[in-house]
Design a protein around this ligand. Structure first.
Ligand SMILES: [Zn+2]
Length: 439
């Protein structure tokens, strides 16, 4: 028999940990953190889990023996297959025992390695390089009798994939997170075409935006940003996710057009230094004349920070204070203390270029950000485009793939999705966490 068990991502945004069983072969599709569940007990970065075993007790990771480094039972899972490296899809990977292979795209592997280098993981010590196996688009691989075909998709982090998986009981397609309005929509269309031709029985599809869809595109974001930056008299401060390389490229283009320098955080610079060599990505070079790196005041710099905080293009708060009209400073709330020395001049502004707050912790940070902005008189803009597909396009994808059954995941209101696609000849099954469903 073939089975699917959704240990995360059921009725919630993220936390995907989907177990696929085919006879005695067991494979996890993603192994992410549910920030909703995690936030009930912990708040990163200060209150992180210290006892890995406790995560099973709290229901934050699947209660399966033979999966984790901390239990000694016989290994019971054959592989983890990673769609992309957002923490809500990979955050618990460091708990997976070393002998279980982790399959991911080449760019994704570079990023996982960079996260480990920066000690970015909320749990554990990072992902061991030896357990990672990389693939490229259409570069099929097998786990026992299960045949997996990865196909790239466009999402707000590079190296994102969907999968068409042939089991002895039928064909399963998993979209991971994807969109059709991003800078590389053709990648997503390649996935849809591949799935369309393979007679999909079960489609596991993300439906994040079914409850709150805001339509835009990366091109529109670029034009809006250019308008704001070009008309700002003082400093432009901005925040976006360090893994959103599309947005980094967009800001780089805006900086170049408006004659400003784009000042990266050490984290972004480190990630960029690792991705620079990737021929498929076209990332701006750290040596580009438009790029500078922000050195925050700290007593001790870690090894990875020292790697990117040397050279002529490194600037400190005092330097930025003198070049406000020529700078776009990327700063998160954790960097805001540096504004005391930067002293944003009248006419400066702040652009928030990430998703709206969707949990309690983000709300708290959002309010603190407002207080800092109020103190310095910085108006706040919100310019962003979602990493997730819009409802109308989502319906078209389901229509094209024609699955017999569809499981909506990574969304808070799967019942809206079920009603929305009712006209299509497919059965929608709203997955419940921990339940078993046949393939
Ligand atoms: Zn994602």
């Amino acid at each position: 028999m073939g089975w699917l068990v959704f240990y995360g991502g059921a009725g919630e945004v993220g936390g995907n940990k989907i177990l696929l069983e085919d006879g005695d072969v067991r494979v996890f599709l993603d192994f992410g953190i549910s920030f909703t569940q995690m936030g009930k007990f912990y708040s990163a970065p200060f209150r992180r889990p210290r006892r890995e075993e406790g995560l099973v007790e709290l229901g934050l990771i699947p209660p399966i023996k033979g999966v984790y480094n901390f239990d000694k039972a016989e290994t019971s899972v054959d592989a983890v297959i990673v769609s992309h490296v957002h923490m809500d899809h990979v955050g618990f990977l460091p708990l997976i025992r070393d002998e279980i292979p982790v399959f991911c795209g080449e760019t994704a592997a570079t990023m996982l390695d960079a996260f480990t280098g920066m000690e970015k993981w909320i749990v554990g010590r990072g992902v061991r390089k030896g357990s990672v196996r990389t693939f490229r688009t259409n570069d099929g691989f097998r786990v026992g009798g299960v045949e997996v075909r990865p196909v790239h998709v466009d999402h707000s982090v590079p190296g994102s994939y969907g999968f068409v998986i042939h089991t002895s009981e039928g064909t399963v397609a998993y979209t991971g997170d994807f969109r059709t309005h991003g800078a590389r929509s053709e990648l997503t269309m390649d996935f849809v075409s591949a799935a369309e031709g393979e007679g999909v029985d079960v489609l596991i599809v993300e439906a994040t935006n079914i409850s709150n869809a805001y339509v835009s595109s990366e091109g529109e974001v670029r034009e809006k940003l250019h308008h704001i930056v070009n008309n700002t008299d003082g400093l432009v401060v901005t925040y976006f996710a360090s893994t959103d390389i599309d947005r980094l490229r967009t800001f780089y283009e805006v900086a170049e057009r408006s004659g400003r320098k784009l000042i990266l955080s050490a984290k972004q610079a480190y990630l960029l230094s690792k991705l620079e060599g990737d021929p498929h990505l076209r990332v701006p070079s750290l040596r580009d004349k438009c790029i500078m790196v922000f050195k925050k005041k700290k007593k001790v710099y870690k090894g990875w920070e020292r790697e990117v905080l040397e050279g002529e293009t490194v600037v400190e708060a005092g330097d930025i204070s003198k070049m406000q009209r020529e700078a776009i400073l990327i700063a998160s709330l954790y960097d805001f203390e540096e504004l005391i020395e930067v002293k944003p001049a009248p006419g400066s502004c702040y652009i928030y270029s990430s998703s709206e707050p969707f949990n309690e912790e983000m709300e708290i940070d959002f309010n603190k950000t407002r207080n800092w902005l109020e103190h310095y008189g910085l108006p706040q803009y919100h310019v962003h485009v979602s990493g997730h597909i819009m409802p109308v396009e989502l319906k078209k994808v389901v229509e094209r793939i024609k699955p017999k059954r569809v499981f909506p995941v990574h969304c808070e209101q799967p019942e809206v999705f079920a009603k929305f696609i009712k006209g299509i000849k497919t059965d929608t099954i709203i997955p419940l966490a921990g339940e078993r469903y046949t393939v």
